[in-house]
Design a protein around this ligand. Structure first.
Ligand code: HEM
Length: 422
């Protein structure tokens, strides 16, 4: 039995262009701890916004991420042929696996993310950030108006270079993979665009796997190729895991750096607190993760059995699909108070977010992403103390993705004296 509203009740339609992620999250929160929504393409799901309910569902044994086993709409061919979110459920990775399959797919990835391995990356992050900031200066110096897009040249660039280092991507392949990564996970693609991207991605991954099979290194790609050689991973699982790793480590961390820059530039007193050391950069990172969850919504989970949640009185039916609304969770007024929508690096509850998930699927790259933020943000603001927007901040356009929360561009000038917005 399901507690889904009767059919005459129109489900809330999520906006695939993601023009106002937080407006949507706030509206959904007022409708209850979980609300029936229509995903782009007209597919039904629940959007879960309540932090406690999210925690209970994420550790519940009857909640799976595997559409291939547990989503009747997928198995019965009920999804639209050109469904824009298809890739999120087709892909066979740690993020779409359940139970023993999940543990098997996670195993070859874990060694690259131990606390020791991540700590050892600190100097590499610092060197890479310094080189990225040199390039930022060069771009600004050669631009006729002195404007540089910090989304492209900083917020995306550093995480991308760290992902390529982790995966051991040959330099000649960097740009091709980055180009395809920038579009393939968008949630507003046409069927033709999505198909062309998938074909290009498959070709590129084939070349990468061939290179690493011939010349393995101390990197995640080689570990995955080896796991395939020993029979731990199937062929599709190998290709999809590589693909997933690029997306998981890149657009997410880019969103963190992007929103931290925007929030600090629009809250100069808080930037002063961080620059003077009165508030730590770890607190800046946590408050940004809370206030602007870089993964705004995560698609999808499925009920393997009917589930009655006593605390909310909700019943989810076997086969129902769930979207975890991390954007809503981070701004829950019950946890953070009535000013939950305000960016405040002194907030005592800044760490009480679920931006990296919860339970067995907890983000493997959480400490790496935090470290990138703690190193790159002070490096940026120390190098360019006059950094200022080149457009009014309210003119920044969000990425057209329900999943990755960030901006298309962050046009800035490096010297505030030449800027009319400050
Ligand atoms: C600020 C940056 C990041 C954020 C906000 C973030 C967020 C998340 C979230 C929310 C999940 C769990 C999704 C769910 O199950 O509902 C997740 C899983 C994951 N993340 Fe991250 N992530 C970030 C950076 C990274 C990085 C840098 C890497 C690796 C290079 C990474 C690799 C992964 C992997 C492999 C998983 C899947 C774990 C599993 O399913 O067992 N992430 N991440």
């Amino acid at each position: 039995m399901s507690s889904l509203p009767p059919r005459h009740h129109c489900p809330y339609a999520l906006d695939g262009s993601a023009a106002d992620i937080h407006g949507e999250a706030a509206a959904l929160r007022t409708m209850g701890p979980a609300t029936q929504v229509e995903l782009p393409g007209g597919v039904a799901a629940w959007s879960v916004t309540d932090p406690d309910l999210v925690r209970r569902l994420l550790v519940h044994p009857h909640v799976s991420m595997d559409a291939h086993q547990h989503w009747p709409a997928y198995l019965n061919g009920d999804l639209p042929a050109d469904w824009p979110l298809q890739i999120w459920v087709d892909i066979r990775t740690v993020q779409t696996a359940y139970g023993p399959d999940h543990r098997r797919l996670r195993r070859p990835l874990v060694p690259a993310f131990t606390a020791r391995r991540v700590r050892a990356l600190a100097s590499r992050i610092a060197e890479t950030a310094a080189a990225v900031l040199d390039d930022v200066a060069e771009v600004a110096a050669t631009a006729p108006d002195g404007v540089v897009d910090l989304r492209t040249h900083f917020a995306s660039r550093l995480p991308w270079l760290m992902v390529t280092a982790l995966l051991g991507l040959p330099e000649a392949m960097h740009d091709d993979f980055q180009r395809i990564n920038d579009t393939v996970f968008a949630t507003d693609l046409t069927a033709e665009q999505a198909a062309a991207n998938t074909a290009e991605a498959t070709r590129l991954l084939g070349s990468l796997i061939a290179v690493k099979t011939e010349r393995p290194g101390d990197d995640v790609t080689s570990a995955l190729v080896d796991a395939h050689r020993t029979g731990l991973l199937g062929e599709q699982e190998l290709a999809d895991s590589l693909w997933m790793m690029m997306g998981a480590g890149y657009g997410t961390t880019a969103g963190l750096l992007d929103h931290a820059v925007v929030n600090l530039l629009t809250h100069p007193a808080q930037l002063d607190l961080a620059m003077s050391g009165r508030v730590g950069w770890d607190q800046v990172v946590e408050e940004t993760l809370r206030h602007q969850a870089p993964v705004a919504n995560f698609f999808l989970r499925f009920l393997t059995e009917d589930l009655y949640d006593e605390a909310t009185g909700l019943t989810f039916a076997r086969g129902d699909a769930l979207v975890i609304n991390y954007a809503a969770v981070g701004r829950d007024p019950g946890v953070h108070g009535p000013d939950a929508h305000v960016f405040d690096i002194t907030r005592p509850t800044a760490r009480e977010h679920l931006a990296f998930g919860y339970g067995s699927h907890y983000c493997l790259g959480a400490e790496l992403a935090r470290l990138e933020g703690r190193i790159a943000l002070p490096a940026l603001f120390s190098r360019y103390p006059g950094l200022a927007f080149a457009v009014a901040p309210d003119r920044l356009t969000p990425l057209p993705s329900l999943i990755f929360n960030g901006h298309r561009e962050l046009p800035v000038r490096l010297d505030r004296t030449s800027n009319r917005w400050t």
